[in-house]
Design a protein around this ligand. Sequence first.
Ligand code: ATR
Length: 275
Amino acid sequence: MDRYAVAGNPVEHSKSPFIHGCFARQTGQALEYTRLLVPLDAFVPAVKAFAAAGAKGCNVTVPFKFEAHAAAACSTERARLAGAANTLRFDAAGWFADNTDGAGLVADVQRNAGFDVAGRDLLLVGAGGAAAGVLGPLLELRPRRVVVANRSVHKAQQLVRAHQPLAERCGAELSAAALDGCGTGYQLVLNATAASLQGDGVPVPASVLARGALAYDMMYGPAAAGFLQWAAAHGATGRDGLGMLVEQAAEAFFVWRGVRPDTTPVLAQLRSASA
Ligand code: ATR
């Protein structure tokens, strides 16, 4: 049976084995998907050993997405733009790296939440790995304007510089800002920071929300609770990243198996389990 895993540290709470197990049953694909706890200083040897034992690929999570991209023999354009990979396929010619996080976010925002990004004003809060993974795919939807706001402004500026040619091709205005100077009235506000994990509140003022805005946290579970409360308190529609998680998994499943699973029943099951 073909073997896959999610490689990370920590990895014990990952929902990926459940999600990929559902996809495999639904599509009739014979595969096994487990967790691979990787020592912080040994990502490449651990994954090499997994591949040498006959595995076909893995997902990569915190904190190894940058290393995964750097270690691959070839990668997709979207992984190169992000400088990070969440999906590896162990090809005969070497590791093939992809980043399906952005496609996952876009599918959840557009298809599941019904929010059309084209022509809208977007605020992306954060400039770490999570933000880097989604900026390119968001720009491809041709928003009117995207502002990347981050605590360390230079990281937002770096991310913006790397994406400026794509923004121009897509006809989108792209700029960087500080958290306390990022403007007002965005129709989509995306939280890609780890602020809640540090025990901190939402790092931008509520004036960033336009009336009826969609406020999206790329985290889920308790880590997203504060952001969702903030969104509700200020009249926005809040959404956590559970849908993004399922959609990025579906995209990785497609990279490995060439089959696109139906995400709707899997997301419904996860939502009812966490209700
Ligand atoms: P990830 O891969 O999850 O994006 P990361 O690369 O460490 O993780 O990035 C974390 C992001 O959360 C960064 O944008 C970080 O801001 P800095 O670049 O200034 O460090 C942001 N972040 C973390 N803690 C924060 C806090 N308490 N307030 C605001 N932003 C925070």
